[in-house]
Design a protein around this ligand. Sequence first.
Ligand SMILES: [Cu+2]
Length: 254
Amino acid sequence: MILVVATVYVFVARLYPAPLPISRDAVLVDRQYALTLYVTGAAFVLAQLGLAWAIFRFRDRGQQARHIRGNIGLEILWTSVTLIAFVALAILGRNAWAGARFTPAAPGAIQIEVTTNQFVYTFRYSGADGKFGRLDPSLVSAPSGNPLGLDPNDPAGKDDIVSAELTVPVNRPVELLIRSQDVIHNFFVRELRLQQDAVPGMVIPVHFTADRIGTYEIVCTQLCGLGHNKMHSRLHVVSQDDFASYLDRQATGQ
Ligand SMILES: [Cu+2]
């Protein structure tokens, strides 16, 4: 009972609050999380109270032990209640989760390519022409300044902007195209409640609209090798004007 009270206290007193959400989808995820916590929390407390009651009620008072074969009615009851609760939570949670994935990004979303490898993130913007240049895996060479393998002969790639950190404008839909060059990595920003694996051989789209200016950490949450713990980058959410001047600065190579 002491452990139950202590556990419930940790959650009720919000001792370890999540960072402020910075998108509408993040708020949906928070709501879903709270709902799941209420349902599972209530089940946890009831189960522990039941256990405590059984221990107290059937304690040793010198009586003869009695053999009980179980109760089919009760078994059916709590199995179906659990089933209904889990299926309902999964169906409700689908909206929060699928919002960033199964619906297409809003028209006019800014496309940014995210490439992961051991142990860095590389972000690419399509530049003024709105087209990503061709990539050639045989040209990939981080030491010579071409971590993505941009093909110098493709005119569409001439104005592509490659950066080690992600800068996006506030209140504008952004679509990320997530790739990996080697093993499975992950793109996770706590404040966006957005976590997506990067899988070699796949381009995985996710989208978000950040509504709060600031700098947030991007971390890899897949154990991707010895340098995994150092694999992180930053997400800068900036004003429209700052974003325009960021792109200008990058384009002129300053
Ligand atoms: Cu990684």
